[in-house]
Design a protein around this ligand. Structure first.
Ligand code: SF4
Length: 180
C-alpha cells in the first residue's frame, strides 16, 4: 500500500504505439477519482527512471519486442503484485507482431536506412536489440488479467481498474468485451 492507504499503481509502455496510454488518459475526470485511491508510482506520464519496488498493480501496454522490453517485463513481474496486459499488442502481439514473419535483419534494413538518399544513417547500436519475434506479454511473464482492445475503450479500462481497486480478479461483463 502507498501513502494514505492508496494502492501503488504503475503503467508501463513496451512495444506499443502509446494508443493504450492515450485511452487511459481518456478516463478524464475519473483520473481524479483514481488518484484518490491509487498512488501513481511509475509510468510514461512521470519522470521516474527506475521501476520501483512493491507495486500493487501494473498495467502493461505493448508486446515484448526487444531486449529492453524483455528486461523491463521481468522487472515488472518481480516487483508487482498484480500485472495486467493492457490492449491487444500486450495480449496477442497485434500490430507489433506483424513483423514476425520477416527475419530481424530484413526489418532493420527496411526501417533503419543505411544513409542513402540523403537521409542520415541511424546508429544501430542505439536501438535495443530486437527479439526474433515480438511476443505477447503472458508468453514472457505470468499475468493476472487482460484488458482487450486496440486501444481498449476507456470505459473498459475503468471497469477493469474498478475490479483491481476492489481487490477482485479482472472481470469484464460481456458488453465490455464487445468490439466496436
Ligand atoms: S493495442 Fe492498439 S492502441 Fe494499444 S499499443 Fe497496440 S496498436 Fe497501439
Amino acid at each position: 500500500m502507498g501513502r494514505r492507504g492508496r494502492i501503488r499503481f504503475a503503467t508501463v509502455w513496451l512495444g506499443g504505439c502509446s494508443g493504450c496510454h492515450m485511452s487511459f488518459l481518456d478516463l478524464d475526470e475519473r483520473l481524479v477519482e483514481l488518484a484518490g485511491k491509487a498512488e501513481l508510482v511509475y509510468g510514461p506520464f512521470m519522470d521516474v527512471k527506475e521501476f520501483p519496488q512493491k507495486v500493487d498493480v501494473t498495467l502493461v501496454e505493448g508486446a515484448v519486442a526487444n531486449r529492453a522490453n524483455l528486461s523491463m517485463a521481468e522487472k515488472v513481474r518481480e516487483r508487482s503484485r498484480i500485472v495486467v496486459s493492457l490492449g491487444d499488442c500486450a495480449i496477442t502481439g497485434n500490430v507489433t507482431s506483424m513483423r514476425n514473419h520477416l527475419p530481424v535483419a530484413d526489418v532493420l534494413a527496411t526501417f533503419l536506412n543505411d544513409g542513402e538518399g540523403g537521409v542520415p544513417a541511424m546508429d544501430y547500436d542505439a536501438v535495443p536489440e530486437l527479439l526474433p519475434r515480438a511476443l505477447p506479454l503472458h508468453q514472457v511473464i505470468p499475468v493476472e488479467g487482460f484488458i482487450p482492445g486496440c486501444p481498449p475503450d476507456p470505459d473498459r479500462i475503468w471497469a477493469a481498474i474498478g475490479c483491481l481497486l476492489r481487490g477482485e480478479p479482472v472481470h469484464l461483463e460481456s458488453d465490455m468485451l464487445t468490439f466496436g
